[in-house]
Design a protein around this ligand. Sequence first.
Ligand code: BGC
Length: 613
Amino acid sequence: MKRIFSPLRLRSWVTAGCSSILASSLLFSAAPASYGQMSGSSYANSATNSAAQQRLLNWWKNAVVYEIYPRSFQDTNGDGIGDLNGITEHLDYLKQLGIDAIWISPMYPSPQVDFGYDISDYEAIDPQYGTMADFDRLIAEANKRHIRIMLDMVMNHSSDKHPWFLESRSSRNNPKRDWYVWKDGKGETATSQGQPPNNWQSAFGHSAWQWDPKTRQYYYHKFYIQQPDFNWNNPEVQQAFDKILNFWMNKGVAGFRFDAITTLFEDPSMTDEKVVLGKDGKPKINAFGDEVVDGKKTDNLPKNHVEIAHIRSVMDTAPDNSFPGKRVMIGETYVPTINDLLKMYGTTQKPEFELPMDTQIGFINKLNVAAFRSKINDAETRLDGNVPLIVFENHDNPRIDARYGDGVHDTDITRVISTILFATRGASLFYYGSEIGMKTTPPTRKEDVRDPVGITGWPKEKGRDGERTPMQWDDSKYAGFSTVKPWLPIPPNKATINVKMEQAEPNSILAWYESLIRLKKTNPALRSGSNVMLDTANTKVLSWLRKGPNGNNVIVATNFTAEPQTVNLSAVSAGVMGTHLTTLLKTPGASDPASITAVALPAFGVYIGTVKE
Ligand code: BGC
């Protein structure tokens, strides 16, 4: 089943071999700007124009960010659940992979109804994941390896067990009452709760309003019932979060991924959303059996931008006492158009996200050359020169195999997709396990489902367990993830898809990821060159030029079909006159082309080469 998790589409959850891994010209340059060499304060106090300082400030512009779902990465205390020490244990692995930063999905205390996205204390660590000392050690060890740590920040809602909500629901007069969104029902009487205030729906199915019998009002929850939404019109909520952001920044985090950020505000009219009609003129019904509504009153409201700009000002003015370099905001920005994405960067006067996720490219969900060409071109030409953050996978969506694979060439298709991820301009974000080609493994029986979304939506919506299975480190019983039965089952394919095996195999997906990441970091054209689409009428091969500084030009070609293709990648129209290519990276069966006018690609093959006169 194809699904996009997106607060925007809350109502729909749209179901909607190798070769010369590296050519000799691929340079493994020294680690870029070691921020370990410069303390935060020396960074802040010294002049800003040295090249090293500029690299520190700009680290995010060509960054490779790795998302870790901590429950599923590595269990070190034998409870079947991953933990922070498990992340620390694998920092050398991540360093070798070449990443710049880790985004850790929520590890704060939580009743774990939504596996951490229901937070009951924003300034602590859930004992399931470790202690604050473990967290401090993780930051210190990561920094030694020049890896930055970013946290998930969930501001749309808390857990219903958060002391703030417990206070809020304790009485209508409680000072925290207005920290959450409370409203009278329709047609309520002394003996009946009436109906919810309007037809707004939860992303996790059914009404977004929950009746509270004690205070006889409904509270709003865009997500699960146990995730009441904050009232962002109350300035005290903003102040509370300013403090939380500073708490973590003082601990040395490099920034945050802002969860569900497009749903902070609701339309104050509180009127119904429009029901979306199908082709037959009848209301569309989603996997939860609910009528689909258009989300216009609960998602992507203009007021969000005021708050995002405020957060940015807090981030930009935080004391620079522990983290050298710019702190960065990643946004969970499932927005419908490129113009909406552009708005997420804010303006020069009021900047917003440095890196709002570009979900336009990664969630096309079919291997359609024209669609990719057009979306990559949009990112290049319609974002006012801002840095796109390319992303294909995360903990909310089926992995690449389920959205782009054909069941036969999945490994090669993964090479194609990862080439788009790392070889187009911008920052790249990927999800643990992508680098070894982990596959989506959804539960087969309702009784095995752990994600509440799958419990509510079964069997049409099986939930997100399939993309959250434990990291496959080796082929032992529990894949090296744990010594006991893990919280989600280990996929049987651990026998052939695992880190240990792929580390020993030069043609593995893991080797491919490492090579691509090193190219992205070291090749001047791939580091900062612009994207110019080539061969633009071709419907089978997606090709582009990375036009870099000082005549450094690289072409990239990816075959979207199961048949061999030969393409003419002359870039004369882009002002690049070279006629020959020097291979940087290619997939099995791809040959070194005699000329730029005849680049031969095997089925789902990839070729990357430098243009030479
Ligand atoms: C997160 C989900 C989570 C939801 C509610 C999302 O956007 O990525 O995993 O369930 O927010 O916090």
